[in-house]
Design a protein around this ligand. Structure first.
Ligand code: HEM
Ligand code: SF4
Length: 573
């Protein structure tokens, strides 16, 4: 891994001429569907991962063919808000160059899968023509900035959305490599004329993720991100933001030096200070983050190692002023509120449940076609939620009945009339595209829910939201370590089961069973759900109940995630 005493990726970044590498040359090499190893790393900064269809691997190997390489493209949607035109363009591009589906991700971005190398440049160009982009959607930079889609208070939403866009623009890398490679921008020959005033030449030690929440909703899961702003609304006016730092999900099985961590809420800033605070938090991490070990490079480890007080002191130094004391706030949940709402301006919003965030047409549910028809007449916007759902937002009173008729025609009007468990479920992509997946997630979670629904019906829990999340590996892209029930892939058909996360995403879950066979999930959870139905206190959430009953121990912030397991609860695999 080490070159010249530095981590390989740090070397790649340094030598890349501000992220150009040899991507342009690699795209025109028709002898392979792949890019060079170094360029595969660099292309992440441009919003793409090289992948291969893992379902086809064995067959291709048998026929001595190279893997079925293709590219995933992640389209940034700052604050999760896209126009009807952007929706229609993304839908068209998904058909023309990708696999005909759109993934709405847990971080409010679009993901397109299955784009072959020879189409990649064209696809990125057309995405940019539709006023969206993929720059810094992946890589060691600030990623898509998330924001509560809040259809309830539209004046507050306008302000937090503006902040998410301002931060996104401010922290977009300065390099013109993206324009050079994908948009045939004016070429710059010497790297000396380029500068990255915020990031510097080696960018950040690791990815960086920012969110903005509007209490009482914690739908963006602020405790799982590097930096978050919690909007403080007093007398219906936005007075500023609490600042939270150092959250993150990813860990590696069997490596106790890696762990999920909740963000700490460290202070308060005014709306005018927020972009500056974001910049300075990024800079502290740029200067103090660990560049020698990528598994220890996120801000959460910088803060864990140096302490929260050290971080705040350092941040205040970079800012040149002090953050104010934290203001009171309350989060109630981290789920979505489905169905219709009318806002204070008389506009309507409909939140549609999208299973696993996958927008596609199936024989009995042509959702993608339906949304295309909605987009053709819709005079508002589309909002991606952090729970992989879609708000058809800002529908004017005169359009509401037309939209309603389309939702009815395409079978979407009842999307939210499912069990509360299904409505509170999310799954990462995992197989067949994600190269890191150890087990299924998006393709399998719906079946697990169906199994559990039978029990919930029996015991009268159909309308009780319990957050349930599945990921194909412990990187945690669907934030399983803060859900009330979490399944984390360990190997084909095997999962670690985590219980006891906070219903508002405010508490980490704990390992309850290791290496459980997928077929045993129902038997494992059935008695617990039955007891929950009978023995819970008034209003008690499932995550709290399993802790009170001793299925798992509670973790207080700052405690060791791995040591805080009830050992007797985990039988040997
Ligand atoms: C070491 C840590 C991580 C690595 C290496 C990693 C890598 C990946 C890869 C390769 C994909 C593409 C899957 C596909 O589309 O086929 C992906 C998807 C995604 N990742 Fe991560 N990831 C990590 C952690 C996280 C965390 C902690 C979050 C969020 C809190 C996150 C958010 C996402 C999102 C939103 C997607 C899109 C798919 C979805 O909605 O599930 N990732 N990640
Ligand atoms: S959690 Fe793992 S399997 Fe799922 S998308 Fe992220 S990296 Fe892939």
């Amino acid at each position: 891994m080490y070159i010249d005493g530095k981590l390989k990726l740090e070397g790649i970044k340094t030598r890349s001429n501000f992220l150009r590498g040899t991507i342009a040359e690699g795209l025109s090499d028709l002898s392979t569907g792949s890019l060079s190893e170094d360029d595969q790393q660099l292309i992440k900064f441009h919003g793409s991962y090289q992948q291969d269809d893992r379902d086809l691997r064995a067959d291709r190997r048998k026929h001595r063919l190279e893997k079925a390489f293709s590219f995933m493209l992640r389209i940034r949607v700052p604050g999760g808000v896209a126009t009807s035109r952007q929706w229609l363009e993304t839908d068209r591009i998904a058909d023309t160059y990708a696999n005909g589906t759109i993934k709405l991700t847990t971080r409010q971005a679009f993901q397109l899968h299955g784009i072959i190398k020879t189409n990649l440049k064209r696809t990125i160009k057309e995405i940019n023509d539709s006023a969206l982009d993929t720059i810094s959607a992946c890589g060691d930079v600030n990623r898509n900035v998330m924001c509560n889609p809040n259809p309830h208070l539209s004046s507050i939403h306008e302000q937090v959305l503006k902040l998410s866009r301002d931060i996104s623009t401010h922290l977009t890398p300065n390099t013109r490599a993206y324009h050079d490679i994908w948009l045939d921008g004016e070429k710059i020959n010497s790297s000396e004329v380029e500068e990255e005033p915020i990031y510097g030449k080696t960018y950040l030690p690791r990815k960086f993720k920012i969110t903005i929440a509007v209490p009482p909703s914690n739908d963006v899961d602020i405790f799982a991100h590097d930096l978050s702003f919690i909007a403080i609304v007093e007398k219906e006016k936005l007075v500023g933001y609490n600042v939270a730092v150092g959250g993150g999900m990813g860990m590696t099985h069997g490596n106790e030096a890696t762990f999920p961590r909740l963000a700490d809420v460290i202070g308060f800033c005014t709306p005018e200070q927020a972009v500056d605070v974001a910049e300075k938090v990024v800079m502290v991490q740029r200067d103090f983050g660990d560049r020698t070990d990528r598994k220890h490079a996120r801000l959460k480890y910088t803060i864990q190692d140096h302490g929260v007080d050290w971080f705040l002191t350092e941040l205040n130094k970079y800012l040149g002023y002090k953050l104010q004391p934290v203001r009171p706030y309350v989060f109630e949940d981290n789920g979505d509120r489905y169905g219709w709402v009318e806002d204070e301006k008389g506009n309507f919003h409909y939140t549609l449940f999208v299973q696993g965030g996958r927008v596609l047409d199936s024989k009995d549910y042509p959702m993608r076609s339906g949304l295309r028809e909605v987009a053709k007449i819709h005079d508002g916007d589309f909002r991606l939620t952090a729970n992989q759902n879609l708000v058809i937002a800002n529908i004017s009173a005169k359009k509401r009945s037309e939209v309603e008729a389309l939702l009815e025609k395409y079978g979407m009007a009842q999307s939210h009339e499912r069990s509360a468990l299904r409505l509170a479920s999310i799954a990462c992509v995992a197989l067949p595209t994600c190269g890191l997946a150890l087990a299924e997630a998006e393709r399998y979670l719906p079946d697990v829910i169906t199994d559990l629904e039978a029990i919930l019906e029996e015991v009268g829990l159909r309308h009780d939201a319990i957050t349930v999340r599945m990921t194909g590996c412990p990187n945690g892209c669907a934030r399983p370590f803060i859900s009330e029930i979490g399944f984390v892939g360990r190997g084909p058909g095997r999962y670690n089961v985590y219980l006891g996360g906070g219903h508002a995403g405010q508490r980490l879950s704990k390992l309850y069973r290791q290496d459980l066979l997928a077929t045993e999930i129902k038997d494992l959870l059935s008695p617990i759900l039955k007891r929950y139905a009978k023995e819970r206190n008034d209003g008690e959430k499932f995550g709290d109940f399993v802790i009170r009953q001793g299925y798992v121990a509670a973790t207080e912030q700052g405690e060791d995630f791995h040591k805080n397991i009830k050992p007797e609860a985990i039988p040997a695999a």
